[in-house]
Design a protein around this ligand. Structure first.
Ligand code: 13P
Length: 251
């Protein structure tokens, strides 16, 4: 049985006061929930204050990106050890905004995945197609390519640290959620692909989240799909009540 995993990606939102208040609100709402793994991923600059707000709770901390080098002259970048030092358990990698707004390549994401695992972080590895790719019938090819390149060289026990997040780009921040059937179709393909490139036991154990306009009203139907093991939540994770409602629906 795969334990559901719901993570909030706060993206470039909140400030020093609202980040702590949001984290405290989530902790307060979820005191009795232990059947779902929960994480919040604030901006880098609020990691430490959010970590303090989460301490002694069942809500874990994640970052939204990491660089693959350990230290040195990489202005503006943050290393895995720095994230560990700030109490991070998870790190989001390959998010569509980093791929399409900031130009990250599959090769860079692969290096980051390897560094994150070596550094003791648990990556949430995002994949997903653009609207024109879906309309052209290329969804499966695009997602397969992203997974094969992203996981290149990682098909051993290290891969078990990874959660995959399927986030169709056309569903992110648009209010246009993938239907449960569309999500299930891609999730099943991803699990089959992991079985092919690694093995079936790894595929069976791997958690695959859906992301893209997930909210309280569509949580139950998405999570009812057999290969949807969790959610990566953007906008709805910025309200403690909505995010907690989603987790309680799953719990
Ligand atoms: P929204 O939930 O705002 O569509 O964002 C999804 C996402 O990108 C999470 O990483």
């Amino acid at each position: 049985m795969r334990k559901p995993f719901i993570a909030g990606n706060w993206k470039m939102n909140t400030n020093s006061a609202t980040a702590v208040a949001l984290a405290a609100g989530v902790v307060n709402e979820l005191q009795d929930v232990d059947t779902v793994d929960v994480a919040v991923c604030p901006p880098y600059v609020y990691l430490q204050s959010v970590a303090a707000a989460l301490s002694a709770s069942n809500v874990a901390l994640g970052a939204q990106d990491v660089y693959f080098e350990d230290n040195g002259a990489f202005t503006g970048e943050i290393s895995c050890q720095m994230l560990k030092d700030c109490c991070c358990t998870y790190v989001i990698l390959g998010h569509s905004e980093r791929r399409h707004v900031l130009g990250e390549t599959d090769e860079l994401i692969n290096k980051k995945l390897k560094a994150a695992i070596a550094g003791g972080l648990m990556p949430i590895f995002c994949v997903g197609e653009l609207l024109e790719e879906r309309d052209a019938g290329k969804t499966m090819d695009v997602v397969e390519g992203q997974i094969r390149k992203g996981l290149d060289g990682l098909c051993d026990e290290r891969i078990q640290a990874i959660t995959i997040a399927y986030e169709p780009v056309w569903a992110i921040g648009t209010g246009r959620t993938a239907t449960p059937e569309q999500a299930q179709e891609v999730h099943a393909m991803i699990r089959q692909l992991i079985a092919t490139i690694c093995d079936k036991s790894v595929a069976d154990a791997m958690r695959i989240q859906y992301g893209g306009s997930a909210k309280p009203s569509n949580t139950a139907e998405l999570m009812a799909q057999p290969d949807v093991d969790g959610l990566l939540v953007g906008g709805a994770s910025l309200k403690a009540e909505d995010f907690s409602k989603m987790i309680k629906t799953v719990a």
